[in-house]
Design a protein around this ligand. Structure first.
Ligand code: CA
Length: 217
């Protein structure tokens, strides 16, 4: 799971960010002032830091100087929307900038974009209540780990990455098994059956007549 540190002294905003990003499969922790944040950054490494500018103790600009050597991506979050602040933040090395109040959708899009830029985003895919971690190869549903075999896992990732697309049996097989399809569909079909069962996706994974399968989402 990717670790995100949320540095924000307004509890309600910190909470909102925390709940939304946790929901998307990130592991989040909050710091409510600059000093607490500095301590946490010293002890622990993060994949991304969301950083408010106006903070008690140590402000966001100063913290950014502190974060820089760790090469952790930073998104500034602030009520100060003026162009000069924005430029200052980006000049100091922030990766992006969010101005309060912001839409939650905008927050998660920016978080994802920055993580992608750092080659980190592909590790976590969230879909239909599932959290799929392609690094640890774990699948979670309602906080519980779902036990999948290697091929079931690969098949799931392939389906999710191509959701709503009718996938041809032969292409799907070749992608997941890495060998050419010689017309023997039983292996693929039985894996699909088991995925449907384990995930409760009898309705979600559709059989497409004469083609193959389509994951609806
Ligand atoms: Ca603040």
């Amino acid at each position: 799971m990717l670790n995100i540190l949320i540095v924000e002294d307004e509890q309600a905003i910190a909470n909102l960010i925390y709940l939304n990003l946790s929901d998307e499969g990130y592991r989040c922790v909050c710091a409510f002032d600059g000093k607490q944040a500095a301590d946490m950054i010293e002890k622990e490494s993060y994949d991304l830091i969301l950083l408010d500018i106006m903070l008690p103790e140590i402000d966001g600009y100063e913290l950014l100087e502190y974060i820089k050597p760790t090469e952790t991506p930073v998104i500034f979050i602030t009520a100060k929307g003026s162009v000069s602040d924005r430029i200052k933040g980006l000049k100091l090395g922030a990766d992006d900038y969010l101005v309060k109040p912001f839409q939650i959708g905008e927050l998660s899009a920016r978080v994802e974009a920055v993580l992608r830029r750092y080659g980190k985003s592909e590790k976590i895919i969230s879909f239909a209540g599932l959290i799929i971690n392609t690094e640890s190869r774990q699948v979670q549903k309602d906080e519980e780990i779902i036990d999948l075999t290697v091929k079931e896992f690969d098949l799931l990732v392939e389906l999710v990455r191509n959701k709503n697309i009718a996938l041809y049996r032969d292409k799907l097989y070749e992608k997941v098994w890495g060998e050419s399809f010689v017309g023997e569909t039983r292996t693929l079909d039985s894996h699909i059956q088991r995925l449907r069962k384990k995930l409760g996706w009898e309705e979600r994974i559709k059989t497409v007549f004469r083609i193959g399968y389509r994951l609806e989402g």
